[in-house]
Design a protein around this ligand. Structure first.
Ligand code: ATP
Ligand code: MG
Length: 364
């Protein structure tokens, strides 16, 4: 069986370092590993519209931002197909048929949707499209026959939902769809990177992000203003590293070699954590170190972005070509779905001849 990746992001803002460690960096590594037959990376504009129906311009403007972030992180259009979800109408058709296989109560139990509904204060006024987005996500994944979906932890319930739809579809209509697996980051800190405000998830919607496209000065300012252990008031106080975003970011980004360069009194993160825990290490020193670590990781991304920003038409061309190519794959899947569901009337000669014979006999 082919090894195929599908992954993507909502164009609701520029991408942040949570996306980077949770999914984007992994996609680039997988792309360059050469072990995947096909890689589809989707800008999920139709999904973004499910909770931004009245802000079409926001979604429209952020398509290029996400594409620039992709390219500057190393996604290579020669190796990965970059596409825009709304340009593949087959995805809507698949969603429509999958809706018959999922109950309202099953959607209501989805923990990510539950917390997102709460976060957006939808209460009873949830748009139907938003409520059903896990089904549309199943359509995205299965349309490309994806076997592997590199995502952050918050997406696990979506992959579970997709697996259920695939099993149900295959058991009712015969083996047609491929069951995907989520691929989570190996590093625990990257599963769900917290926001700079200490909230459990860095998220575009919560305005607590360090963006990949932030300038050096913006990154420095954000790092220096980060939430840390609220009980660590004096340098001499013992501090807590668990749940402390500054240390979680270091867990996610720090490599031992950064110590030699920026903080030679320590050889590794464990030593730094031990000092913070026993007291005598100030937040400012740790934050300055984190800033250096992040700048190391982000400066290459930033300079690549500057290059791509000089040729915006080329970026749109990449998305256009990618969407056309992706559509070919989705058309094939939709054809086999319709065959399995027996809604392929005009291609089904047996149906037409069988019925002609039936009526010929009845009318003798
Ligand atoms: P929105 O607030 O619009 O939902 P978002 O910041 O949650 O935006 P998405 O586009 O929904 O971003 O997520 C894209 C991918 O990035 C998903 O795989 C998701 O798991 C991952 N991701 C998003 N935020 C984080 C985070 N803080 N830590 C790790 N992974 C993340
Ligand atoms: Mg999200």
């Amino acid at each position: 069986m082919s090894k195929i990746i599908l992954s993507g992001d909502r164009p609701t803002g520029r991408l942040h370092v949570g996306h980077y460690v949770g999914s984007l960096k992994r996609r680039v590594e997988l792309q360059n590993s050469g072990i995947y037959d096909k890689i589809f990376i989707m800008i999920a504009d139709a999904q973004a519209l499910t909770d931004n129906a009245e802000q079409p311009e926001k979604v429209r403007q952020n398509i290029i931002e996400v594409a620039l972030d992709y390219l500057s992180c190393g996604l290579d259009p020669e190796k990965s197909t970059l596409l825009i979800q709304s340009q593949i109408p087959e995805l809507c058709e698949l969603s429509f048929y999958y809706m018959n296989l999922v109950t309202v109560s099953r959607l209501q139990r989805n923990p990510t949707v539950k917390s997102e509904i709460q976060m957006r204060n939808f209460e009873a006024s949830i748009p139907v499209g938003f409520f059903t987005y896990p089904i549309s996500q199943a359509a995205d994944i299965t349309a490309f026959q994806a076997t592997t979906v590199p995502v952050g932890e918050d997406q696990l319930p979506m992959i579970e939902q997709t697996k259920e739809i695939v099993r149900k579809f295959n058991s009712v209509y015969g083996d047609t769809l491929v069951e995907p697996d989520a691929l989570l980051p190996d590093n625990k800190a990257c599963l769900r990177l917290p926001g700079i405000d200490g909230k459990s998830k860095m998220s575009k919607s919560l305005n607590n992000c360090i963006y990949l496209s932030d300038t050096e000065e913006e990154v420095r300012r954000k790092v220096m203003s980060m939430f840390t252990d609220p009980n660590h008031l004096q340098v001499s106080d013992p501090g807590q590293v668990e749940g402390n975003p500054v240390f979680i970011y270091l867990d996610a980004f720090c490599k031992d070699e950064f110590f030699a360069e920026y903080l030679p009194e320590y050889t590794n993160l464990e030593e730094l954590k031990a000092h913070y825990t026993r007291g005598g290490l100030g937040d400012v020193k740790v934050k300055k170190f984190l800033n250096n670590v992040l700048q190391e990781e982000l400066s290459g991304v930033r300079s690549k972005r500057k290059e791509w920003e000089k040729d915006i038409p080329a970026v749109y061309e990449i998305l256009h070509k990618g969407s056309l190519k992706a559509r070919e794959a989705a058309v094939k899947t939709l054809d086999s779905v319709k065959n399995s569901m027996k809604i392929n009337y005009f291609d089904d000669h047996a149906l037409i001849t069988g019925q002609s014979e039936k009526y010929a006999q009845e009318n003798v």
